[in-house]
Structures are given as structure tokens and as C-alpha cells.
Design a protein. Structure first.
Length: 253
């Protein structure tokens, strides 16, 4: 499905979320524990975000797939320089998109995709990791509704992509017999996911579903990305809770 965000908004959003992430981590202790990435200290989370931006830029400039880097090998430098290093990585990716063209096609894990595919993928990941950083350091987490909504849609696009289960075998467990899962935000159109025997399908809307998660769109993004549990007071779950639990157990990206 095509993103609801155009390239200009994705660029703006990447700058917004990278800046928020940078504010959350600047000058913090490198060994600060990240509760939502339990095997990572803060230094590794910072390294991963800056590394991912640079890796995506290199992918776009080379026009071919590159090995996925190990975040533990990234070197973000000293904490007082993290903010600048992070902003530089985001700008490197933005320049790559601007110089090669958002619509130019390149090879990806899923076949040919426009360069904007990687901008959107990295933006989605940065939004979630901004929350990880804010939770770890006690900083404020803010995200615009349109960015949170597209992060959900982008993840659903991945989950519904033919062949994605080759990279994430647990996704095969999402096949079903027509069960429906709904995510209903208070400020924008919702999502309805249908599990069929062949493939996962999804659409925007508020059709009936077997289980529904309701709340602010940012909080739904956090439930969807396994950052906030469904029993959190920020969201409400109605219907078949076991179906939702099964979904969450098979969808971590």
C-alpha cells in the first residue's frame, strides 16, 4: 500500500524524530539500560539508529543490497557528540534520496522498490526507537499523529508482503480463517487486519473485528510495536484477547 506521507513529509518527519531521539540521549550515560531493547545499553541503541540511517543512504547511492550491519559494532563516539552524529546520519540519508530521486527503483529484500521505500522504513524504525530512548532516559516522547499512523501502516505493509515470512518465519503463523483484528485510534482512520489461509490482508477503516485495540494513535503504535503491553491503561482491548496475544507473539519485526 502506498504511504499516506509524501516524500517531503517523510523527510520532515525523519528530521523531527531524529532530533527528538538526539535530545533524549544527548550526554547520557552510555551504559544506561534500555528496557524495551533489553539486551542493549543506550550506546548500542544510539549506534543502531545512526548506523541504520547511514546504511540506508549507502544502499540508495549504490542501488544494490548490502549486508545488514551489526549495531553492536557501530561507533557513535562520545555521548556529548551523539546529537550531532545522529543528525549527520539523517541528513546523509536525506541527501541520498534527493540526489538519486525518491521514485528511482532499486533492489530490496522484497524485489524492486522505489528509494522512498527505505526512507519510509527508516522513519518508521526511528519513530519507535525515539520512544525506546525516551523511556530509557526519562525524556519526553512526542510524535505527530500522521507519523505514528504511517509507522503502523508501514509495518503492516511489511507483514503482508509476499515472501516476508522467509525473513521472519514466525509471520507464517499469522495465517488464519478470516479472523479480524482492529486498531482504532481516536483521531484518525483505523486499521482492520484479516488473517486468511493464504496471506495477511489489511485495510484502513473501522469495520467489525474479533478483537479491537482502541486509544490514541501514538499509543496504538507502541502496542503494535511491542513497546506498550495491551493491558496498559493508555489503551482499551475489547473482544478476543487470545487472538490479539497470538498476533503480538508473531509480529515482532
Amino acid at each position: 500500500m502506498t504511504s499516506t506521507l509524501d516524500t517531503a513529509r517523510c523527510v520532515e518527519g525523519l528530521r523531527e524524530q531524529t532530533a527528538g531521539f538526539a535530545r533524549a540521549v544527548a550526554g547520557r550515560a552510555p551504559d544506561t539500560r534500555v528496557p524495551t531493547c533489553p539486551e542493549w545499553p543506550l550506546r548500542t541503541l544510539v549506534g543502531h539508529v545512526g548506523q541504520e540511517h547511514r546504511w540506508a543512504a549507502e544502499l540508495i547511492c549504490n542501488g544494490q543490497q548490502l549486508p545488514v550491519p551489526d549495531p553492536r559494532q557501530a561507533d557513535p563516539g562520545a555521548p556529548d557528540g551523539w546529537a550531532g552524529w545522529l543528525r549527520e546520519g539523517a541528513e546523509e540519508l536525506i541527501r541520498a534520496i534527493q540526489e538519486t530521486g525518491a521514485d528511482a527503483e532499486m533492489h530490496t529484500f522484497f524485489g524492486p522498490r522505489p528509494n522512498a521505500f527505505w526512507l519510509r522504513r527508516v522513519l518508521s524504525d526511528t519513530c519507535v526507537h525515539h520512544y525506546d530512548a525516551a523511556l530509557a532516559t526519562g525524556a519526553a516522547f512526542e510524535i505527530a499523529d500522521d507519523l505514528a499512523a504511517d509507522a503502523i501502516s508501514e509495518n503492516l505493509d511489511l507483514l503482508a508482503t509476499p515472501g516476508f515470512e522467509t525473513a521472519r518465519p514466525t509471520v507464517a503463523g499469522l495465517r488464519g480463517r478470516g479472523e479480524r483484528i482492529g486498531f482504532r485510534p481516536t483521531s484518525t482512520e483505523g486499521w482492520v487486519i484479516t488473517r486468511t489461509p493464504e496471506v495477511l490482508r489489511w485495510e484502513r477503516g473501522s469495520a467489525e473485528a474479533d478483537v479491537v485495540v482502541s486509544g490514541a494513535v501514538a499509543d496504538l503504535m507502541l502496542v503494535f510495536s511491542h513497546r506498550v503491553p495491551p493491558e496498559d491503561d493508555r489503551v482499551t482491548v475489547t473482544g478476543d484477547r487470545a487472538l490479539l496475544d497470538h498476533w503480538l507473539a508473531h509480529t515482532e519485526l
